[in-house]
Structures are given as C-alpha cells and as structure tokens.
Design a binder for this molecule. Structure first.
Ligand code: AMP
Ligand code: ZN
Length: 434
C-alpha cells in the first residue's frame, strides 16, 4: 500500500528534523545562484541562520516576479553542464518562468510522482494513458516518468484529439488516465457522439485530475460518468510540477510531501502566517532540489492545512482542495469571487451541463457579471418554461453564494469554446473599455 513506507509514515518529529537539515542544505546550495547569493550576502544569511524551523522566516519570500527578473539562469545553483532538463509554467501573462533540473532532481521528482500514483492503487499491469500536453508543461513528462518508475504501461497520448484518445483507451484497455477536469467533462460528449459511454465501454478504474481548480462536485460528476475513482493532483512547475500534493484513497484532502517541500500558509495581504488551519496562500520551499532550489516561494494558490491525521497512516499533512489563485480572484462591486465558487454552485444544479464561462462587462459605471452556462440537451428540446425556470434557479443559487446577481445565459451543450489545456473560466471585457 505504500511506495516507501518509512518515508511516508515517518513520525512528525523525524520529519521535522529532516526538514531542518534539508532547509539548511538548501540554503547552502541556493547560495551558489546569482539571485540567492546576492540576497544572502546582503542580509548575512547562511545555513547557520536556521537553528529551528521557525527561523525560516528570516529568509525573504521569493516571487514569480523574482523568477522573471532573473530570467533565464539567475536562479541556477549548479554549472550549466549539470542541468539535464528545463520546464516552464503555463502562465498566460508576462514572460513564462523556467525551471531547471539536474539528473538527481529528475529522479527525486519521478519518485514523488510514482509515490503519489502508487498511493491511489496504480500497480504494474495497469495501462496508463497520459492525456496531458507533453513538452514544456510538466504534466506530460512528470507523470510519464512516474508511471514508468512504477512499471506500468504508459501511453504518451498527449492532449487533445478526442476521438483518438477514446480509441486508444478502448484498443489498449487503458485502466488509468491523467486528465484536466474540464477536458474530462468535454470528452463525455465525444463518447456520446460515438454512441459510447466511458462507464460501460472502457476498462477505466482511476483518473488523476489536476492542473486547474475544480470542485468536489466536478470530481464526483467525473467519477459517476466514467465509473472510476478520481484523485486530485496538485503541483506547479516551480515545485517540479505534479507530485507536490496528492489525494489518497481516504479523500480527506491532499497529502503534501513534506520530505520534499516545507509548507507555510500566509495571509497574502499581511504576509504573516495564518493560524494553523486558516485559509491563506501556500508558500513552499524545495528541500531536495539542487539545480534550482527555491526558498519560501509564494505560489499564489489558496488553501488551508487540515490538522487531523489521515486514516491511511501517512504522516505528511493534508491540504484542502485549492480554492483558486490570488490572481484569479474577481472583485465585483467590492465582493471577492473565485471562479470555483461559481463552478461549485453550478455543478450542484440538475440540468446544468459540463461547461461555463464568466464574462465581465462594464455597463456605465457598473460591473456586470454574465455567466454563460451549457445545459443538458433535454432542456433544449423541451419546454421553454423549464429552461426559464432553470435560468432563474441558477441566478438565485449563485446570488446566495456570491452575493451578486449575475446575468445568466443558457446555451446548448458543446457550444462554448474548449481548450486543450487549462479551461478559460473568465473573460474580462472591462479593461478594454476603460
Ligand atoms: P503550472 O506551473 O503551469 O503547471 O501551473 C501550476 C498552477 O496550476 C498551480 O499553481 C495552481 O494554480 C494550478 N493547479 C495545478 N494543479 C491544481 C489542482 N489540482 N487544483 C487546483 N489548481 C491546480
Ligand atoms: Zn491519507
């Protein structure tokens, strides 16, 4: 049941002691980079500065802007000859950030992904179809190597080409998939088009859902429609990619691998730690990386630490499903809204289809939120009254949660644009008009 029992079930005290040693080692390694070298000498920081885990606060945060400003090699802590791989974040604004790995880094990362996959029940003999983009994005190669490490048959399908995905699944009797949740919902329509159902016409048992925020309901919907067990997979390229935190079969949260990452949760405004269990921005420190160590990296992802131990026996703490990124937060009429709140509500309403988009408009001096929602096919062939009733229900339900009355437009299934990668949930037309 464990990939590495000793590491996964290590006592909290041993884990903390290991983290302390590794933070100090990481400081030593990081000092060789241009960025940290200069920072440490300015502030007089060295491994000796850290005598307890709490001392990590003496190190300033590192941000995505720091990575951008020291592009491309300013964070590399080893000579270029030792680097074997580069990846990059999928950020859509500004210059992408790049991350470099040595062979040892790749081995460590691969091991974390293998550990995560094994935890969910993946074993030799499984056929694993990796439906993520291969290339600079980490979801492709990261899982590919993890799967091979366990010894499963990996099908490097890549993203998109839905009909071929389904054919691969059926021809080679795929049992495990790695897929973006919004794409998993979209693929259902393609199955239907082919007169097939993923539940009855495939051998799927497990899906890894990752790369974008998704609600519990969406995960459950995918589980029902595919007849599988879905596991939430969280990661970011700055922390390798997948294999940072992963759901276990107890499904009470995601275990964050604390032998590889030191976790802090801060209030993004004050930058002070939140009380244990409070919601805030996840800040991560790499504990084993040598090509490009990152210390106190502000992920911008919002979550909380779940304090209760998990029934599975792993001692690495659980974090809650990611609520969104601080930079995804919409501010409308003074109210803060995360797209996942809209998703969560929509997915609870019977009749709502698989896709939606939020469009923000400016009407005079007012902001207007339009939610365009795909509904199930039956509604379009049926009574107009039923459609209007559904529209009103959606408005009421959303209003009860986000406190704003949105304009709701119902559209036919599969009429909203799809992306192969992360879904685009928000179109902000307000900026153009300013
Ligand atoms: P990238 O570095 O391009 O792979 O993007 C990483 C970002 O994707 C993270 O910082 C999160 O905002 C988001 N992300 C990845 N996995 C998940 C997940 N399971 N749930 C929610 N957001 C996720
Ligand atoms: Zn667990």
């Amino acid at each position: 049941m464990y990939w590495e029992k000793d590491k996964e079930t290590m006592s909290r005290n041993d884990l903390k002691a290991l983290q302390l040693v590794r933070i100090r080692e990481s400081i030593e390694k990081a000092a060789a980079s241009h960025f940290y070298g200069r920072l440490f000498s300015e502030l007089g920081i060295n491994a000796g500065t850290i005598t307890s885990l709490d001392d990590i606060k003496k190190i300033p945060f590192t941000t995505k802007d720091d990575l951008r400003e020291h592009w491309p090699y300013g964070f590399c802590a080893v000579p270029k000859e030792e680097l074997v791989r580069m990846h990059s974040s999928s950020g859509t604004t500004g210059r992408a950030t790049v991350i470099f790995h040595t062979q040892k880094d790749i081995n460590e990362w691969t091991n974390l992904v293998a550990r995560s996959m094994y935890m969910t029940g993946v074993r030799r003999g499984d056929v694993f179809q990796n439906m993520m983009t291969y290339g600079l994005f980490t979801g492709g190669l990261g899982f590919h190597y993890g799967g091979e490490r366990i010894g499963v048959l990996v099908i490097p399908a890549g993203a998109g080409n839905s009909k071929r995905q389904i054919q691969l699944m059926r021809d080679f009797e795929t049992t495990v998939i790695h897929i973006i949740p919004s794409y998993a919902l979209h693929l259902i329509a393609v199955f239907e088009e082919l007169g097939l159902s993923p539940r009855n016409d495939t051998k799927l048992t497990i899906a890894f859902l990752g790369a974008e925020p998704h609600s519990e309901k969406t995960s459950q919907k995918i589980e029902e429609l595919y007849g599988i067990s879905a596991f939430n997979s969280y990661g970011l390229s700055e922390m390798n990619g997948p294999g940072v935190a992963f759901e276990c079969p107890w499904k009470k949260g995601m275990h964050i691998w604390e032998d590889a990452f030191y976790i802090e949760v801060i209030d993004p405004d004050t930058m002070e730690p939140v009380p244990e269990g409070g919601e805030g921005e996840l800040v991560l420190t790499t504990l084993t990386r040598e090509g490009m160590p990152l210390l106190r990296y502000r992920t911008k992802d919002l979550t909380r630490i779940i304090s209760e131990p998990c029934g599975c026996g792993r001692s690495h703490r659980l974090i809650e499903r990611i609520k969104g990124r601080t930079d995804d937060m919409l501010i409308l009429k003074g109210v803060n809204i995360f797209p996942i709140q809209v998703e969560k509500k929509l997915m609870e309403i019977p009749g709502v289809g698989t896709h939606f988009v939020i469009i923000l408009e400016r009407e005079g001096f007012n902001d207007l939120m339009v939610v365009r929602v795909e509904v199930e096919r039956e509604f379009f062939s049926g009574d107009l009254k039923a459609l209007e009733k559904l529209r009103r229900t959606i408005i009421e339900e959303l209003k009860s949660d986000i406190l704003i009355t949105p304009k709701v437009e119902l559209v036919e299934p599969n009429s909203l644009p799809r992306t192969e990668g992360k879904a685009i949930r928000v179109i902000d037309n307000r900026k153009d008009r300013l």
